[in-house]
Write a protein that binds this ligand. Structure first.
Ligand code: GDD
Ligand code: MN
Length: 405
């Protein structure tokens, strides 16, 4: 039979933890197909929570207790608890669970059932049908929780599909299969307080978790007090920002943006350089040979074309040697072919700007303001996403994993 360990961190929860032990062992457990243990990780609570647990251990052999030297934050408690559950108790799955009845114990069998169904990361969500917040929560509390959760989702996941997969990123109710847990470095976290939740969420999703959300009807606390402080939201915000900033995808995007900006400068500068030099020579070659050759005889047109190609070259070289230099982006294709392909996808950007600037100057007015604004707008909202997509999915497509993480 597979083993699951419900890890409950506690700090001054003497009133609820006895009730919780009774409730879990008398009303919820056993669950079919699972050997379930409950592990309380107590932050050396001054109210004697650990003594209450020791007393209960006499009636429940599957109740385990780990006492920390001192309170170090809920994240620290879970790190110790999970390590103990995996190394000492041989857990196949670990569950994050609050000790104060705000997480209904009835959700435990549902979490285990989804593990049976093949998911390896199950999240209790207060933002899906059937889940919710206490009706008596005031507007302010609701607003902070909902807006905070949304902000965390945006910072962590936007615009990837994970943004839609995770509706309640700060939730405290989760089940994780050990196979998934072992894929991530869960012991090293920026935040040992409540921010750890976002960190584990981010890492597990990045590690390819098979995610399933179940509804969580978050209850009111009946006894004791919350350990969340005024500092907690800032700690969480700092944590999610750090996670996203240090993510390899973000670093790559920054390099891509810098390279793009350099390309823009190359384009602008060489437009002027070529205007006087090669642009003029090419244009003059046509003069006299072809009649009515407005564009072919224009030095600026040739200069713009050459300068654009030069910026395409600079973009290609810098992205190839810097942004996408890592081995897993480099296939054994011919570099010349890759450059040709790059030129072809760059045509897409030209077509986008051609269309947008053309349409906007037609609708509004053909003046420098409309031209520049529509050009900048099309670069930011269309060309940038387009290039980013093409570079990642066509030119420097990542090799399927298997060749190292
Ligand atoms: N050992 C230990 N050390 N336990 C702690 C610590 C700590 O520093 N801080 C909190 N706990 C325990 C509490 O005793 C409780 O059993 C559980 O962790 C959850 O803490 P609460 O203080 O009850 O958190 P909350 O109810 O305000 O916050 C809930 O919602 C958050 C998101 O909105 C929890 O579900 C959080 O996990 C969740 O992130
Ligand atoms: Mn609580």
């Amino acid at each position: 039979m597979e083993k699951a360990v419900i890890v409950i961190p506690t700090y001054n929860e003497k009133d609820s933890i006895a009730r919780m032990a009774d409730h879990l062992f008398q009303k919820i457990l056993p669950v079919d197909g699972w050997n379930v243990k409950v592990l309380v990780v107590d932050g050396n609570s001054p109210d004697g929570t650990s003594d209450v647990v020791r007393e209960k251990q006499k009636s429940y052999p599957d109740l385990e207790l780990l006492v920390e030297q001192k309170k170090e934050g809920i994240g620290a408690a879970y790190i110790k608890g999970f390590k103990y559950a995996v190394d000492k108790l041989g857990a196949d799955a670990v569950i994050e669970f609050d000790g104060d009845f705000q997480h209904p114990p009835e959700t435990i069998p549902l979490l285990l059932k989804e593990l049976d169904n093949g998911y390896d990361y199950i999240l209790g969500s207060r933002r899906v049908k059937g889940g919710g917040f206490p009706a008596s929560w005031g507007f302010k509390r609701m607003f902070f929780t909902v807006a905070g959760g949304f902000t965390a989702r945006v910072i962590l996941f936007f615009p990837t599909k994970d943004f839609f997969k995770v509706t309640d990123p700060t939730t405290g109710l989760k089940a994780t299969r050990t196979t998934l847990l072992n894929k991530v470095d869960y012991e090293h976290v920026y935040s040992r307080g409540f921010g750890y939740k976002l960190e584990w969420l981010f890492k597990k999703i990045k590690a390819g978790a098979k995610v399933k959300e179940i509804p969580l009807d978050f209850k009111l606390r009946e006894e004791g007090v919350s350990k969340i402080t005024g500092q907690t939201p800032f700690e969480i915000l700092k944590t999610v920002c750090l996670l996203r900033l240090k993510d390899p995808g973000t670093v790559r995007f920054m390099k891509f943006a810098i390279v793009g900006f350099i390309g823009f400068l190359v384009n602008a500068i060489f437009l002027e350089v070529f205007r006087a030099g090669s642009g003029e020579s090419i244009a003059s070659w046509f003069r006299g040979r072809i009649e009515n050759c407005r564009l072919l005889c224009s030095a600026s047109a040739w200069a713009a074309g050459l300068a654009t190609e030069l910026s395409i070259c600079s973009n290609f070289i810098l992205n190839n040697c810097w942004t996408f230099s890592k081995k897993n982006f480099q296939r054994k294709d011919n570099i010349f072919l890759r450059f040709l392909r790059f030129n072809l996808t760059s045509m897409g950007a030209i077509i986008i700007e051609f269309g947008v600037v053309g349409v906007f100057t037609r609708i509004f007015a053909d003046n420098v303001l409309v031209r520049q604004l529509s050009m900048i707008g099309s670069v930011i909202f269309l060309v940038l996403p387009y290039n980013w997509f093409m570079y990642n999915n066509v030119i420097w497509k990542k090799k399927k994993s298997g060749s190292g993480k």
